[in-house]
Design a protein around this ligand. Structure first.
Ligand SMILES: Cc1cc2ncn([C@H]3O[C@H](COP(=O)(O)O)[C@@H](O)[C@H]3O)c2cc1C
Ligand SMILES: O=C(O)c1cccnc1
Length: 351
């Protein structure tokens, strides 16, 4: 059996009984029931994932930043040039990017993987080189990649989780780098939501009105030219996706198969989550939404996945920045369920 098939078959529902017991415990803590809102939901979902009423703090926190390029940048759909992708990869490795600063604060490791940056292979200390292809082909004129390449890129993400995430009590965040990648991400969302690209497409790195209209036209064209079948997640991914999107879908599936919670960043990671969900609906039970991006389609994306963001910061950077910020709240949720006193312990009267 292929690694992808094997991984999909391993994904099972978290422990419902532990979830129920954790909810009961949360209701017995000294607060009105439900008053800690989404922190309570995170706590009982982690109890289900870990299979214990009292979930433990993550022993290893990491964010996986997948870098890949996009042939569709030839259409002028980004405010920045393609060479920024490898330049930012170097910035990540030197520790100077937004994700490095926020990951340090969260005590998380940053793994940087080249799954398909355009041009020659990058060779830097600390870079994980797992290239499937030197950037995708231009989706405005044909498929981004072959179905075989899409599977290989997903399996690359699964392998990365298997190799790098050795602790069962890990917490993983998803991050992306790839100039132009809000275009395939919006295209994927348009296909799964059935909405018009104009309703969900945003400015990415900062397009003006005129260039935003052009981006919408290119996304519409990419969908018309490729005719992706939304019942077939691999078809959608291969035709209008990206290599880092595929790799991140693999990271999400790999985490779900190993019962590791995975925190989803913004619109690019969200597109990867839509692909993962279409291949294995139960993978959703291991996903946690981090923030609500300023990109207009993000709320629709999270609604499709049934995930609630915990941060509303008007961020639109990617790299995993929202994901590592949400790590702080995941830790807060674990602290609450473990360390708050119950009504009985504190001698407080219940309503
Ligand atoms: C300096 C810089 C750092 C970034 N870090 C993440 N992105 C983000 O912006 C890009 C997507 O936006 P678009 O589709 O408009 O190109 C991706 O690389 C994403 O990771 C960056 C973009 C830039 C310019
Ligand atoms: O929402 C995001 O993650 C995002 C938005 C714009 C550019 N890069 C990432």
């Amino acid at each position: 059996m292929s690694l992808l098939k094997e991984t999909l078959a391993q994904i099972k529902r978290p422990n419902q009984d532990m979830e129920k017991q954790a909810r009961r415990r949360l209701d017995n803590l000294t607060k009105p029931p439900g008053s800690l809102g989404l922190l309570e939901e995170i706590a009982y979902r982690l109890a289900g994932i870990q299979g214990q009423v009292l979930p433990q703090q993550a022993k290893d926190k990491l964010v996986i930043v997948m870098a890949g390029d996009h042939g569709v940048t030839a259409e002028g759909i980004s405010a920045f040039p393609q060479e920024v992708t490898p330049q930012m990869v170097l910035n990540f490795l030197r520790g100077g990017a937004g994700i490095n600063v926020l990951a340090r604060q969260a005590g998380a490791r940053v793994l940087v993987a080249d799954i398909g940056v355009a041009g020659k292979a990058l060779s830097y200390d600390g870079l994980i080189s797992c290239r499937v292809k030197s950037g995708t082909d231009n989706i405005a004129h044909g498929p981004a990649m072959s179905r075989e390449e899409a599977i290989k890129a997903i399996e690359t993400g699964i392998n990365l989780v298997q190799q790098q995430v050795t602790d069962q009590l890990a917490l993983v965040g998803t991050g992306d780098m790839g100039i132009g990648n809000t275009t395939p991400s919006s295209a994927i969302l348009a296909v799964f939501s059935g909405l018009e690209p104009a309703q969900i497409t945003g400015r990415g790195t900062g397009l003006n009105n005129e260039r935003l209209q052009h981006k919408i036209k290119i996304i519409t064209q990419a969908i018309e030219v490729n005719r992706p079948n939304r019942e077939d997640g691999l078809d959608v991914l291969a035709k209008i996706g990206g290599l880092e999107i595929a790799g991140l879908a693999g990271v999400i599936l790999g985490c779900a198969a190993r019962q590791i919670p995975v925190v989803i960043d913004g619109i690019i990671s969200g597109a990867a989550a839509l692909i993962a969900h279409s291949l294995a609906p139960l993978s959703r039970d291991y996903m946690f939404a981090s923030h609500l991006s300023a990109e207009p389609g993000h709320r629709i994306m999270l609604d499709l996945l049934g995930l609630k963001p915990v941060l509303h910061l008007e961020m639109r950077l990617g790299e995993g920045t929202g994901a590592v910020l949400a790590f702080h709240l995941m830790e807060a949720a674990v602290n609450i369920i473990n360390n708050m006193a119950t009504f009985t312990e504190a001698g407080v009267s219940q309503g």
